[in-house]
Design a protein around this ligand. Structure first.
Ligand SMILES: C[S@@+](CC[C@H](N)C(=O)[O-])C[C@H]1O[C@@H](n2cnc3c(N)ncnc32)[C@H](O)[C@@H]1O
Length: 224
């Protein structure tokens, strides 16, 4: 019997890892729990570009001249588009714990002519280790892989300007609504506020801010 999967589910399926309800656990590419660089080709290819429209996912959050961080960038599916959006006056910072992923990003940035706008930064699993104030951060299919989500959100908050935003998207095939809600609670404890639950981003999605209370609160917003 043929089962029709929605296109987004295929993209989520290839992010091969398990979701742990408790988000504090040792995870490595070798032990599992992290999408290994060996599967990088599955995360950056023409099929994904057909299914996920990069401009629609991140375009509305990034202006020319911005500093934008792609946290858990993998092979840079989003980084290159970020670099185009920030333009020559801005910077796209690709951050990952796997050096092999960052090497792919650097090669791709050079190939696509945006190397000057891309900085690659290798982080530790439990420490980002940047010192800057960004306008936008993306954590796409990444937070459920972090060994300590609380530490991630606490540090991420310090890396955003007061009016900066963090877009978190998590794969529905790996992350249940209950676990996503736990993540939100952890983010709020880390100093974030929910601004909206944007639709059509490719999974459970939330736009977080650290500015003063935003008029659009969780209860009033739409949820996918
Ligand atoms: C499923 S992949 C998604 C990659 C990319 N965001 C995308 O959508 O194509 C998750 C990535 O997050 C990275 N990652 C997981 N935990 C991390 C952590 N604590 N700090 C930095 N990167 C992490 C992994 O190395 C992997 O490259």
């Amino acid at each position: 019997m043929m089962v029709a999967l929605p296109p987004g589910a295929i993209i989520e399926f290839i992010a091969i890892e398990h979701c742990d309800p408790i988000m504090t656990k040792q995870k490595t590419p070798e032990q599992g729990g992290i999408c290994s660089h060996k599967f990088a080709f599955l995360l950056d290819n023409w099929i994904r570009r057909l299914i996920q429209n990069l401009a629609k996912i991140i375009g509305e959050y990034i202006q020319p001249g911005d500093i934008a961080i792609d946290m858990g960038c993998g092979p840079g599916f989003f980084t290159i588009e970020m670099a185009r959006l920030v333009g020559e006056e801005g910077q796209a910072i690709a951050v990952d714990m796997q050096p092999e992923m960052l090497a792919r990003v650097a090669r791709k940035a050079a190939r696509k002519g945006v190397a000057a706008q891309v900085t690659c930064h290798r982080c530790e699993p439990d420490r980002i280790g940047l010192d800057l104030a960004a306008d936008f951060m993306l954590a796409y299919y990444m937070v459920h892989e972090t060994p300590d989500a609380a530490a991630f959100f606490r540090e991420a908050r310090t890396l955003l300007r007061g009016d900066g935003h963090l877009l978190v998207v998590e794969p529905k095939m790996h992350v249940t609504r209950r676990v996503f809600d736990q993540m939100l609670a952890v983010a709020e404890e880390g100093g974030f506020k929910v601004i909206s639950f944007p639709l059509k981003k490719g999974g459970h999605s939330v736009l977080l801010g650290i500015a003063e209370a935003h008029p659009l609160r969780r209860a009033e917003s739409n949820r996918e």
